[in-house]
Every structure is written in C-alpha cells, then in structure tokens.
Write a protein that binds this ligand. Structure first.
Ligand code: TRP
Length: 361
C-alpha cells in the first residue's frame, strides 16, 4: 500500500516554534525521505471557523501567514500539496456521512474537545460545528487515504476517533477507508514545548510564543526574559533543570554541533545541565547559548520567508494548485465512498438494470 501523509493546522495565527518542534520539522524530514507517494498539508480554515464563526477576517488573514510559515520551514511545493480545507467540498460531504457513525457521548468524551470547550467557555453553549470538528478531521484524513498523520500530541484523540470511524465504516459498508497512524515527536520536550513564561503551552493570547518569523531583536528580548528557576538567584546557587524553560528548549533544539560552535567548554547538554545543577553557571550564559541555537535554527527560515514574501501571488498560486490536486484525490475517494454506501444512483448501471427488470411487463 502506498504511504500517504495528511496533516494540517488551523489558520488562527502565525506558527510558532512549538509547532516547529512538535510537528513541522518532522514533516519536512518525511517530505525529504522520499518514502511517501503523496503528501497533503492542509490549512484548516473550515475547522478554524468552528470556533471563530464571528471572525472570518482573522481566518482569512492567517491563511497566507500559515502558508508562508510552511514554505519557510522547508515544505517544498514540488513535493507536497498545500491546500485550503474549505476549497475541497468533498470533505464536508464526507463529514455528513461520518456523523451517522459517531455518538454524541463519544464526542463528549474526546479529551481535546473537552479541554477546548473549557478554554473557550463554551460549556453552556457549544456550537454544533465545533462539537463535531473531530468528525470533520476524520474526513480530512480519510479523504486522502492518509496512512500517516504527523501531529502534535494534543491531536492524538482526533486520530483515535478517526480510526474508530474508519473501522466502523469499513465494517458496515465494506473495506473502503484506510486506517491512519499518528506520528508524534519522539522526545518529551518537543512534544510539549512550554511558553516562554514557563506556562504549559505557547498561546498567542498569553503572549508567550516565539514565532517562526520572529525578528532577531524580538527573539533576543524573548529569550533573555525567559522563565528559568526562580530560586537560582546567585550564579553560585545550585539551579533546577526540571520546569526550567530554557533547558526544556535546549532539550528540543540543541545538538552537539551547537556546543562545538557556541559553547565549546561543554561537549553536550548533559554536561551543561550538570554544571547548572551543581551551581556556578549563570542564567545569562545559558540563555545566550539558547539564543545562538535558536538564531541558527530560525535564520534560514526567516530568510526563506523573506523571499516568499516578495512573491505573494506565487504563494497563492501554490495554494491553488495544491487545493486542485487535493480536490481530485478527495473526489476519487468520494466516488468509492458513495458506491460503498449505495448512493451512487447514476453511475450504477446494475441498479438501473435491476429496476428496469423489476417493472418490465
Ligand atoms: N486540529 C488541527 C489543529 O488544531 C488541525 C487539523 C485539521 C488537522 N484537520 C487536520 C491536523 C487533519 C491533522 C489532520 O492544529
């Protein structure tokens, strides 16, 4: 069976380095591995509208931002289709059929939906579209017959729900859909990169994000004011690594080459951590090292963004081509789905013949 990737993001803001280590850099690796026959990366505008129905301008403005972030992170339009979800109406059709295979109580149990409902104060009035977005996400994944879904670990319940829908569909209507697997980052720090304030997650509204497109000056300000160990006051004090955001970021980003280049007194992160815990290593030195590592990571991304920003019409063209190719793939799946569900009246000659025979006198 051919290997196919589908994944995506909601266009509600620029992508940040949490997206990068959580999923984006893996997508680029998978793209370059040559192992995948087709790769679809979706800008999930319809899903973004499920909790931003009153703010379509926000979604509209962020499509180009996410597209620029994708391209600058290294997704290559000659290898992947970048598509806009709403431009593939087959996805909506498929969602409607899947709704018959999912119960309200199952959706209520979805942990990601649960916590999002809380975060948005939706408890008393949940928009139906929002409540059902895991079903639409199952449609996103299965319409492209994706085998592999590289995502952040908050998306695991969505993939689980998708797998249930696939099993149920195939069970009732015959083997049609492909069972997808999630792929998440292998290390803890990359799976859950905290905000610069040490908060559990980067979030635009909390102002604790480092964006992929961060300028060098803003990057410096943000890194130098990052949360560390509040009890590490004097350089000579022993410091804590656990919950120390600077070290968590180093876990996610630092490689041995970075030590060689920027901090040759240490050969790896373990040595640096050991010194910090022992005492005698100041926060500023560690932060400066992190800044160098992040700058090295973000510099090429920023440069590529600069180039694409000079060709916005070209970026829209990439999105149009990606969406067209995606629509073709989804339409082919929908043909199979309609046939399996016996709603392919006009292309099923056997059905027509059967009914001719039934009423022939
Ligand atoms: N729910 C994802 C997010 O919040 C976006 C998304 C929509 C997605 N459809 C998808 C991710 C399909 C993976 C597969 O970022």
């Amino acid at each position: 069976m051919s290997k196919i990737i589908l994944t995506g993001d909601r266009p509600t803001g620029k992508l940040h380095i949490g997206h990068y280590v959580g999923s984006l850099r893996r997508r680029v690796e998978l793209q370059n591995s040559g192992e995948y026959e087709k790769i679809f990366i979706m800008i999930a505008d319809a899903q973004a509208l499920t909790d931003n129905a009153d703010n379509p301008e926000k979604v509209r403005q962020n499509i180009i931002e996410v597209a620029l972030d994708y391209l600058s992170a290294g997704l290559d339009p000659s290898k992947v289709n970048i598509l806009i979800q709403s431009q593939i109406p087959e996805l909506t059709e498929l969602s409607f059929y899947y709704m018959n295979l999912v119960t309200v109580s199952r959706l209520q149990r979805n942990p990601t939906v649960k916590s999002e409902i809380q975060m948005r104060n939706f408890e008393t009035s949940i928009p139906v579209g929002f409540f059902c977005y895991p079903i639409s996400q199952a449609a996103d994944i299965t319409a492209f017959k994706a085998t592999t879904v590289p995502v952040g670990d908050d998306q695991l319940p969505m993939i689980e729900q998708t797998r249930e829908i696939v099993r149920k569909f195939n069970d009732i209507y015959g083997e049609t859909l492909v069972l997808p697997d999630a792929q998440i980052a292998t290390d803890e720090a990359s799976r859950r990169l905290p905000g610069t304030d040490g908060g559990a997650k980067m979030s635009k509204s909390l102002g604790n994000c480092i964006y992929l497109s961060e300028t060098p000056a803003d990057l410096k300000t943000k890194v130098m004011s990052m949360y560390t160990d509040p009890d590490h006051i004097k350089i000579t004090d022993p410091g804590k690594i656990e919950g120390n955001t600077v070290f968590t970021y180093l876990d996610a980003f630092a490689r041995p080459e970075h030590f060689e280049e920027y901090l040759p007194d240490y050969s790896n992160l373990d040595e640096l951590k050991e010194h910090y815990q022992r005492g005698g290593l100041g926060d500023v030195k560690v932060k400066k090292f992190l800044l160098a590592v992040l700058e090295e990571t973000l510099q090429p991304i920023r440069a590529r963004r600069g180039e694409y920003q000079q060709d916005i019409a070209g970026v829209y063209d990439i999105l149009k081509k990606g969406s067209d190719a995606a629509r073709e793939a989804a339409a082919a799946t929908l043909d199979e789905v309609r046939a399996a569900m016996k709603i392919n009246y006009f292309t099923d000659e056997a059905l027509i013949a059967e009914h001719i025979k039934k009423y022939k006198q």
